[in-house]
Design a protein around this ligand. Structure first.
Ligand code: ZN
Length: 190
């Protein structure tokens, strides 16, 4: 496994607009493999998506999966475009660039995303539910938008490990100023 370091909130790259990919070459295919391994290596909690700026590459490349089981396929979309979206869903969301933070975010329930696959094929991906949520979250990253921009500010919570809870953690309310402070400290330690 070769994983890449994940950029934490406050890193300027997370606010930049990623550039379209012009050529799919071996280097890009290696990046996609590394992004996939980096996503799959995340455990607490497991991850369902990753965008290239989160590993320090300002390229329009995302990966996403609709479940965390080992046999769930990982979709990769290069130069993804949100072509259609309909209805809404509101649910809890997290992000590898915001370790242990959760927040409620309204997203489309169903989407059609077009782009290019890793083998240069034209791709059109219809998705609903969690996969639709992940695809929109990752496309946002390519435009410098992160999930706390869209989350209900009153819903932001830290996941605090707690053996007494059924899920293994409890949720502690937080706010944007505190979030900034915690991740500034975390980045300085990296
Ligand atoms: Zn994210």
């Amino acid at each position: 496994m070769s994983t890449l370091p994940i950029r934490i909130y406050g890193d300027a790259i997370l606010r930049k607009k990623a550039k379209p990919v012009k050529h799919i070459d071996g280097q890009l295919q290696r990046l996609i493999v590394q992004m996939t391994e980096t996503m799959l290596a995340a455990e607490a909690p497991p991850a369902v998506g990753l965008a290239a700026p989160q590993v320090g590459r300002l390229m329009r490349v995302i990966i996403a999966r609709e479940d965390v089981t080992d046999d769930t396929p990982v979709h990769c979309v290069i130069n993804p475009r949100l072509v259609e979206y309909e209805e809404e869903q509101t649910d809890s969301e997290g992000c590898l660039s915001f370790p242990t933070l959760r927040g409620m975010v309204r997203r489309p329930l169903r989407v059609l995303v077009a782009g290019i696959g890793p083998d240069e094929e034209e791709l059109s991906l219809e998705a609903a539910g969690l996969l639709a949520r992940v695809l929109v979250h990752e496309i946002d990253h390519l435009n410098g938008v992160v999930f706390i921009d869209k989350a209900d500010p009153d819903s932001l919570r830290w996941m605090i490990p707690d053996k007494n809870e059924e899920d293994g953690y409890r949720l502690k309310p937080t706010g944007l100023a505190k979030i900034q402070e915690v991740f500034d400290r975390l980045r300085q330690k990296q």
